[in-house]
Write a protein that binds this ligand. Structure first.
Ligand SMILES: [Zn+2]
Length: 333
């Protein structure tokens, strides 16, 4: 934890000022082990391995803990870097561009292993505060600790230990895994100052009927309940099918002059075309993540649009991403 994080923090219980009470170990500007406390209610929050801990998995509701634990495993296992991340990230943030981040104070709701935290920090954000509930904060911290403007905290999205001090908040691929996605979105948006912006990307209900009908029951009854290590091996089977389909059919057909028209008629073409140049590991991550999640909601455009009304956002842009998910961006008034 860097001390420049402190002014952004607020007690998740009472909203009081958080101060650095003690430092047991420091490494340059980084507090590795120490203790934070609330000036008002005196609650303590430890700093462990460089990460301030405002929530621990054993103290939160079982369904949230299960999601965080399973994704934490995924994010700790799949730590590959990929240059396509930036392009993919910008797709989810449509219409935001890298220059939008310059000098902004940014909140990331659900950072996983921190790959977007890194990009936001590198694109010139004044500070990026990345929040995650899972053990992935360890990976995210390691991935971003040398960046002076990147901060990772372990906290519950519903009880953010933060002031309303942000110019921009985003959450990609996380809200639909919360037990109550809309509540997570409202909590995130509540930390953005008037005139600031919010972005969110969620799974869509439209075009995903086959997932809700066939994959969801399998996920809920079987795959999210088995040991993630066993699932990691088991999930290679559907990945073989996906990999073969994208490499042998969707990719070549979409790239060929005569094939693109035919490809458009294929099942789930926009999405499979988009991931057709991903490598094996990246595709395995996608399959694994879809099977490991104990909770996953697929939201209709109507439901998603209502979130933006609920936070009173203006200039809202909602776009259909790969014809299977929703990106939203709006201004907090
Ligand atoms: Zn307090």
């Amino acid at each position: 934890m860097k001390e420049r994080l402190l002014p952004y923090l607020a007690c998740p219980s009472c909203g009081g000022v958080i101060r650095l009470l003690s430092v047991a170990r420091r490494d340059g500007t980084e507090v590795i082990e120490g203790d934070l406390d609330c000036e008002t209610c005196a609650r303590h929050f430890p700093i462990v391995r460089g990460v301030p801990r405002f929530a621990s998995l054993d103290q939160i509701e079982a369904d949230k803990a299960a999601t965080a634990e399973n994704f934490g495993f995924s994010w700790q296992h799949f730590t590959q870097e990929d240059e396509r991340y930036a392009e993919q990230f910008l797709g989810w943030l449509t219409p935001v561009r890298p220059e939008f981040f310059r000098d902004q104070v940014v909140l990331e709701g659900g950072c996983g292993k921190g790959r977007h935290t890194r990009l936001a920090a590198e694109w010139g954000a004044r500070d990026v505060i990345a929040v995650d509930l899972s053990a992935a904060v360890e990976v995210a911290h390691a991935a971003t600790r040398e960046l002076e403007n990147a901060h990772v905290i372990q906290a519950d999205l519903y009880h953010l230990p933060l002031r309303r001090a942000f110019d921009y908040a985003f959450s990609v691929g996380v809200l639909h895994h919360l037990p109550e996605p809309r509540g997570g979105f409202l909590s995130l948006a509540s930390k953005v100052k008037a005139g600031g912006h919010v972005s969110a990307w969620v799974y869509g209900a439209e075009n995903n009927g086959w997932i809700t009908r066939f994959v969801n029951p399998l996920r809920e009854k079987v795959t999210a309940r088995i040991n993630p290590r066993a699932l990691l091996q088991l999930s290679k089977l559907p990945t073989v099918a996906l990999y073969a389909a994208t490499k042998l059919v969707y990719g070549p057909l979409n790239r060929s002059a005569g094939g693109a028209n035919l490809a458009r008629k294929l099942f789930y073409n926009d999405y499979l075309k988009a991931i057709s140049d991903f490598g094996w590991r990246e595709q395995h991550t996608i399959v694994f993540d879809h099977l490991v999640a104990p909770t996953a909601f697929y939201l209709s455009r109507e439901e998603f649009a209502e979130w933006w009304q609920a936070v009173g956002a203006s200039d809202v842009v909602i776009s259909w991403h790969n014809r299977n998910s929703w990106c939203g961006m709006g201004r907090i008034t």
